[in-house]
Design a protein around this ligand. Structure first.
Ligand code: ZN
Length: 303
């Protein structure tokens, strides 16, 4: 079993990407119009399909594939997945849409940023334009009174959307609210370059305004105490920004900035052993996400 019921009409599918548990998941909203949230990466599409089978959901009955953003681990598998879902339409931010239609440009840049991790995720296949609904805000009718609210939550990416489902009033933040480590009940930043701090903080305020009951992280799983968690994430982002700004001002090396963040961020410090020894997180959290803040601080200095 790799599906789990996590709320009313709501299931989580463990994608076990690259054999890693608790790394990436997709969600199924079992409304009249069946909706998937996140395709996950290309390499995980067979796992997602077997999740649908496990729940006896026919592939033809899926109406929407809601994607938070087009990074490989969230929307990378969309093109491959749609081959199996003949009636599904994709919801995505208009700025993400061109990358779904033509992933050729996205792939080399993902390879540069993610290195070997991009190979684990797999190369995206194109999606035909007719199967995409570009959207930045509004409400999608999921039938029988159920709704999916679309919220533009930029910062992590220039095109990250969040979604709120009406059955439980939980939110799918994509990467707008960090990475949740369910083993420790702890959140760490998801801030690879280009990272936009002001937009990220404004997005968190918007999500707090929705008063969500839970957060359904793509990395990874359902977390309760949503509003407090979003507030704590704002504090964490501000702390990282302060350190990166000081480091850039003082010309510190990458290592010095990283070590200062690890020393001063009590939340990160509490899981540093796990993160450091995790093949993916050591690259994403301790390298890419710190670089996101350094780039941000450099930009701020010149502007
Ligand atoms: Zn992302």
């Amino acid at each position: 079993m790799h599906t789990r019921e996590i709320g009313k009409n709501l299931f989580q599918i463990e994608l076990e990407t690259g054999g890693f548990k608790n790394l990436i998941c997709s969600y199924i909203i079992n409304s009249a119009k069946i909706t998937l949230v996140e395709s996950g990466p290309t390499s995980s599409v067979p796992k997602l399909l077997s999740g649908l089978k496990e729940l006896s959901i026919p592939f033809e009955s899926v109406e929407y594939l809601a994607i938070t953003h087009v990074h490989l681990d969230h929307g990378g598998g969309a093109g491959t997945l749609l081959k199996f879902l003949p009636n599904a339409t994709i919801l995505v931010h208009p700025r993400g849409m061109p990358h779904l239609i033509n992933p050729e440009k996205l792939w080399p840049s993902a390879q540069t940023v993610l290195g070997f991790v991009s190979e684990i995720f797999g190369k995206p296949e194109p999606v035909s334009k007719e199967r995409i609904i570009p959207i930045t805000a509004g409400t999608i009718d999921l039938g029988e009174g159920a709704k999916l609210k679309v919220i533009e939550t930029l910062g992590h990416a220039s095109h990250n959307l969040s979604y709120q489902e009406s059955f439980n009033r939980g939110v799918f933040p994509g990467d707008a609210a960090g990475t949740y480590l369910p083993e420790f009940d702890v959140v760490v930043p998801t801030t690879p370059p280009p990272f936009y701090l002001a937009a990220a903080l404004a997005s968190l305020d918007q999500l707090i305004g929705l008063q969500p009951t839970s957060l359904y992280y793509s990395h990874f799983g359902k977390a309760t105490n949503a509003v407090q968690r979003l507030r704590d994430y704002k504090v964490q982002l501000n702390l990282w920004a302060e350190i990166a700004e000081e480091g850039v001002r003082q010309n510190w090396s990458f290592e010095k900035i990283r070590d200062k963040i690890v020393a001063d961020d009590k939340v990160l410090a509490s899981v540093i052993g796990f993160v450091k020894h995790h093949r993916i997180y050591t690259k994403t959290v301790l390298e890419n996400c710190i670089n996101g803040f350094i780039e941000y601080a450099k930009q701020k200095q010149v502007s």
